[in-house]
Design a protein around this ligand. Sequence first.
Ligand code: ZN
Ligand code: ZN
Ligand code: ZN
Length: 302
Amino acid sequence: MKKLTYLLLVILCVSLFFACKPKANSQSESQSNSVSDSVAHVHDFVNIIATESTCSKEGNIAHFYCKRCKKYYLDSDGVSEISLEQTKLPKIAHDGKKTDGTPSTCTQAGTREHWTCTKCGNTFADEQCAQSLVGSKIEIPPLSHDLYYVAETPVSQDNNGQKEHWKCESCNALFLDEDAQISTNLDDLIIYSLMKIPDFIVDVPSGVDPIVLQLTDTQIIDGSQSRPTVSSGDRITYSPDKIPRYCYDYLTEIIQETDPHLILITGDLIYGKYDDNGTLWQSLISFMDSFEIPWAPVFGNH
Ligand SMILES: [Zn+2]
Ligand SMILES: [Zn+2]
Ligand SMILES: [Zn+2]
């Protein structure tokens, strides 16, 4: 009986000895131990190497993690157990660089004052980099226009008028509608007085003397249109095929030679009684327009 008690005591001691014996040292992930856990716990360690903390991620110290008992140890012998928290290294501080804010306008978004970390590139609302700002939070949306109504100024004979419109007090933008959807400009708002509509603008470069070519009394006749009261001889003398030779060729020559900024024809351009259908007059207009030089006629008695 005494011997049996002694044997049981020895078995108990051996069992306790194997209760959590570490596996052989390992610097890398251990292979599963072949010894049955029901007999004794042998740690199955993963060697966790140390990683440095960054400003966006915690680091950790070098340690060993047992996949079986899910505990953490400082040593591969499984002697110094530590908690998960004790494996962690706190994040390091962000290094915030300030960017000044820009105010928004009626049409353009502004930005808030913010700090950007030189290490991780994240943005923050505060110098301590505690309050994170993501993307659009930096942007301040555009203000809406501050519109007021401008009533129409009626046109008169001597003065231009102005169409009704809405103007923004902040940015001076002009709109044709109170919802600021149709933008406009001062030129488009003008209601021209008939007396103020320019026919053309003579553009003379500064430092250059303007050249004005005055033509007069072209007195063109289209004999083919002569009325019955006109002598039949005119039909031959002034047949339309002679117009270039009698008139247009001279005009072309003098216009090319002088290269004027403006051409004035001071009366008696054609004979109306030889142009009842208006084709002669239209022919002269086309001819003068072909030079692409501003020109203006005054009527004469013909
Ligand atoms: Zn273990
Ligand atoms: Zn950072
Ligand atoms: Zn505005």
